[in-house]
Design a protein around this ligand. Structure first.
Ligand code: PEP
Ligand code: MG
Length: 573
């Protein structure tokens, strides 16, 4: 149970709640009317149209609703920009394509299927044909299903699936958000996000932080209490949603939201203790955004983007080209390149066995190199070539290191390619506990708090129902971090954090107090973290770290640290 839940006792008369709470995952306060994400469109039944039904009218209704869907999408596309516009235009074209309608109409006329069922069947066969063509065409199969759902929803009078398209800004409420839903999120329209499921490291949380949208996840009861058009005030730091807030609270939230913070590119505590503030980057576009946000470098370059959705390994030349574009955004600056982290939530057909019973505990990260050393070797070659061609200061690290011999092997493999700054990610408790001997071999450590939390707490990071365990404020996780920093200090090696915890200003203070010297996060979070550090002395960071580590629960640790940091409330964080 969160502190907020404890603070709002159940009324004996079971009055309607005045607030709902969950886990705040993206700070900021925002108010607006609720717009719920419509649930999945149900599969229409197979029953045929009754005797005497007007088959021509039924067939015409397919064309009519397809045209309405296409027109709606085109209108939305005209109002959208950038990537969202492209996605909407493509979907509109698909809805206007006569093939789907003609096949569906033939099902109505020939098999007497209802218009909705006919569209369902037709979409299945069109999508199968596209999938069989492979490549770009196969990717369009997803669009066919999207169009199918929209036409069926229109035919059955159901709400349109996906993110609502509204004129006025709104608070988006959903069970959880799928990656496809999030492609269309427009931060100018979506004031805040509330999900009833999902944890702090869920896709929704990461995306909300990346877009700078206040968000609360794991808000049990949100779907029932936050009905469409109800005015709510979301506090993405406290994790609370106030129903029917008063005008003064709404105005105060708007004032706070209007304050734009920027990062000047030099992270320090109030007394000048240096904390490098770096960015997590997943592709070349992300690198440009990170540089524009003032990041002092890249603390985690996730290279998976180059490998995902591929049937086989990209060539060394392809990799060099992609890596160079990221390095080029940070001339002369530190860029920590992480070698491929395949497996678990990032399966790759050419490398990982998807039939493993426990993928998170299976052959993932560096372990994939045991059976396929060549893929790691090729990647190191590509990183070395990219580094030689650009001026960035390239550091390399491996994910999922658990032992000292693995560290030795990785450092040696990097050295064979002339990559001399080779480090480890500390994501597995064994690596935290062995950080001394590990850092006697490796040049640096970067703590991946998403996985370190998952493995310390034995709680699947993807599971919303375990969100209270998936919390870096868990004292056991903080002790793992403390232990890693102890090993770093022993060996005089830097220890950074590149998991989501680094992006939370309160946690960032604790991490610095524990001895972490760099924090890597979504570029959007840089300014908030920098502002809070700039208002806090290093000694205060150490005191708060002590208090957090000695707490007995995550809620207690968070509450005590937040209480000791009044700057958070002042900044609306
Ligand atoms: C982590 O585990 O904290 C991390 C940064 O790696 P990823 O989220 O890519 O697993
Ligand atoms: Mg990880």
């Amino acid at each position: 149970m969160t502190d907020q839940q404890q603070a709002s006792p159940q009324s004996p008369t079971a009055e309607a709640p005045s607030s709902v709470s969950g886990i705040g995952v993206s700070p900021g306060r925002a108010a607006g009317p609720v717009a719920q994400l419509a649930g999945a469109v149900p599969e229409p039944g197979m029953e045929s149209l009754p005797e005497g039904a007007d088959l021509e009218a039924a067939a015409a209704s397919v064309a009519d609703h397809a045209a309405r869907v296409a027109a709606g999408l085109t209108a939305s596309a005209e109002k959208a920009q950038g990537e969202s516009r492209e996605v909407l235009e493509t979907t509109a074209q698909m809805a206007a394509d006569p093939t789907l309608v003609q096949v569906a109409q033939s099902h109505v006329r020939g098999q007497r299927l209802s218009p909705a069922r006919a569209v369902w069947e037709a979409a299945g066969s069109v999508a199968d044909q596209l999938s069989a063509l492979g490549g770009y065409m196969a990717e369009r199969a997803r669009d066919v299903y999207d169009v199918r759902d929209r036409i069926v929803a229109s035919l059955l009078g159901l709400p349109m699936p996906g993110v609502p398209q509204r004129e006025e800004p709104f608070v988006l409420v959903a069970r959880d958000l799928a990656p496809a839903d999030t492609a269309l999120l427009d931060p100018a329209k979506v004031r805040a996000i509330v999900t009833s499921e999902g944890g702090p490291t869920s896709h929704t949380a990461i995306l909300a932080r990346a877009l700078g949208i206040p968000a609360v996840v794991g808000a049990t009861g949100a779907l029932e209490a936050l009905t469409n058009d109800r005015l709510v005030l979301v506090d993405g730091a406290a994790g609370t949603i106030t129903l029917d807030p008063d005008a003064a609270a709404v105005e105060a939230a708007a004032r706070l939201a209007a304050q734009v913070r920027t990062f000047d590119g030099d992270g320090r505590t109030s007394d000048g203790h240096k904390v490098q503030l770096l960015a997590n980057v997943g592709d070349p576009a992300g690198a440009e955004k990170a540089a524009a946000a003032g990041a002092e470098g890249v603390g985690l370059f996730r290279t998976e983007f180059c490998f995902l959705d591929r049937a086989d390994e990209p060539t060394i030349a392809e990799q060099v080209e992609q890596y160079r574009t990221v390095l080029a955004a940070f001339p002369g600056k530190k860029v920590v390149v992480r070698t491929l982290d395949a497996g678990a939530d990032k399966p790759m057909p050419f490398l990982t066995d998807t039939a493993e019973p426990n993928p998170a505990l299976g052959v993932r990260g560096l372990r994939t190199a045991w059976a396929n050393p060549q893929i790691l070797d090729n990647q190191l070659q590509a990183i070395a070539e990219a580094a030689a061609a650009e001026s960035a200061d390239v550091w390399v690290m491996a994910p999922m290191i658990a032992t000292v011999p693995e560290t030795e092997d990785f450092v040696a493999a990097c050295a064979r390619h002339g990559l001399t700054t080779a480090g480890v990610m500390v994501e597995v408790p064994s690596a935290a506990l062995l950080s001394g001997p590990i850092l006697a071999r490796a040049s640096f450590a970067s703590i991946g708090t998403n996985d370190l939390t998952q493995y310390t707490m034995a709680a699947d990071r993807m599971l919303g129902s375990l969100a209270t365990l998936s919390d870096a404020f868990q004292p056991a996780v903080l002790r793992m971090i403390e232990e890693t920093c102890r090993g770093g200090a022993q060996q005089d090696r830097p220890v950074g954090v590149c998991g989501e915890a680094a992006a939370d200003p309160a946690t960032a203070v604790v991490l610095v107090g524990l001895g972490v010297s760099s924090l890597s996060m979504s570029p959007r979070s840089l300014a908030d973290v920098a502002a809070v550090l700039a208002a806090t002395s290093f000694e205060r960071c150490q005191e708060l770290a002590r208090i957090a580590v000695e707490s007995e629960s995550a809620d207690q640790a968070r509450a005590r640290v937040r209480e000791g940091l009044p700057i958070l409330a002042e900044l609306g964080l």
